[in-house]
Design a protein around this ligand. Structure first.
Ligand code: DP6
Length: 405
């Protein structure tokens, strides 16, 4: 007897997080998500942080449904999500999305959602990549443009390594491109210092809209500061000049939070722990000569997004020293014995004993227990297809297209 169950077309993908070193903040077009300025980011390795998404299309489903981190979400309330799906439909030939067919989408993040850790970027990149894969659309530039409609920063998660989002003038020209592949600067490392994994108070979308409306500094930043910085950052990345890269990264994070402070009413994403990290990094950099790095060059750079968590970019050789300083400053206090910060991800066996100057820097900012944990990672590639089979071990859906328990 023939099997009457309609076929389910499916794919499971994963997509990376990206952390900007020249920030996107402010739109010239709210609906199309066209930014006021170009931005540049590093794409992080998916082994430590990623969004995994399974999508399935079938006549078995009676409506579009979505589950995010184990809970069903109301898709009809998410205008951006609906817009993204409609936009994919406009790219298809008649009949490619047969009438009466609906989507099931299941997505999970392996890191805290909406805590200023770029979860929407990875989430929309994964969703648009998966949807496009369902219909054989494989052009990263087109998928990047689509992902931008979901969340601006998502357009940068379609590529690995270092990526520039060119602001552009309209939907077709506002898209990301790769500046350098992940293998192009192999010693680059990233430490994400998790201060809080709670949901942020002011969303990026609402925050940047208020900044554009009320901050006189914002227009100056977009017109007079960022264009030069983008050129200098692209050059620093092309020549693997860590010192220039670090200085630009920190300056741009600082200016982003300055325009937040210049917003009326002001927006505050960084907290006291964030500021203590800023202080520690500048202290470490001021004496990086004594840690073996050449000529007073920066050892490490911080950057902060729309939340209190710090993201540190640094070269592999500096990681043991920086981890030792973070431990001295932030490891929880115990009655007996030595305590260590919890480091998830890439492990470093080499233990460094801080010299007196470095130990003094850590002592100056000491806040035992202020960091929850550290995610230790590096640059990584763009999105990947994991499977095209339902019920497969990596698929998030069972054979009937519903989320696995
Ligand atoms: C601070 O991409 O989350 O992380 O486009 O409104 O969805 P929407 O905003 P979103 O903003 C990210 C802002 C940032 C800086 C950056 O990633 O460049």
């Amino acid at each position: 007897m023939a099997n009457k169950t309609p076929a389910i077309r499916t794919v499971t993908v994963r997509a990376p997080v990206n952390i900007a070193v020249i920030k996107y903040w402010g739109k010239s077009d709210e609906k199309l998500i066209i930014p006021l300025n170009d931005s540049i980011s590093g794409t992080l390795d998916m082994e430590q942080m990623c969004a995994t998404t399974s999508v399935a299309l079938s006549a078995q489903f009676t409506s579009n449904r979505m589950w995010l981190n184990g809970e069903e979400v109301d898709m009809t309330a998410n205008a951006r999500l609906l817009r993204c799906i409609e936009e994919v439909k406009t790219m298809l030939s008649p009949g490619e999305w047969p009438s009466g067919h609906h989507l099931n989408i299941v997505s999970v993040n392996n890191f805290p959602t909406a805590a200023g850790l770029a979860s929407s970027a990875a989430g929309y990149a994964a969703l648009m990549y998966a949807l496009c894969q369902l219909f054989g659309i494989d052009d990263a530039a087109r998928i990047s443009t689509l992902a931008r409609l979901g969340s601006g920063s998502a357009c940068r998660s379609l590529y690995g390594g270092f990526v520039q989002w060119v602001a552009g003038a309209d939907h077709a020209t506002s898209t990301a491109r790769q500046l350098l592949g992940e293998a192009g600067w192999p010693s680059m490392r990233v430490l994400v210092l998790v201060v809080s994994d709670h949901r942020k108070d002011t969303s990026s979308t609402a925050g940047m809209a208020l900044t554009v409306q009320t901050s006189p500094l914002m227009a100056h930043r977009a017109a007079a500061v960022v264009p030069g910085r983008v050129r200098e950052m692209a050059a620093a990345i092309a020549s693997r000049d860590f010192d220039a890269f670090a200085r630009l990264t920190m300056a741009d994070s600082n200016q982003f939070h300055a325009v937040c402070a210049d917003t009326y009413p002001p927006i505050r994403y960084m907290n006291d722990v964030s500021w203590s990290v800023v202080s520690l990094v500048h202290r470490l950099n001021s004496s990086s000569n004594s840690s073996g790095s050449k000529g007073g060059a920066a050892l490490v750079a911080y950057t902060f997004d729309a939340g209190p968590n710090a993201c540190l970019y640094l070269l592999e050789e500096a990681v043991p020293t920086v981890l030792a300083a973070l431990n001295a400053a932030y490891a929880p206090k115990k009655e007996k014995g030595e305590t260590q910060l919890e480091v998830k991800g890439i492990q470093y066996q080499q233990k460094v004993k801080l010299n007196k100057e470095m130990a003094d820097h850590a002592a100056a900012v000491v806040r035992p227990g202020a960091l929850k944990y550290v995610i230790s990672t590096k640059l990584g590639p763009g999105p990947q297809v994991l499977t095209r089979t339902l019920g497969d071990e990596v698929s998030l859906m069972a054979a009937n297209g519903l989320p696995k328990l």
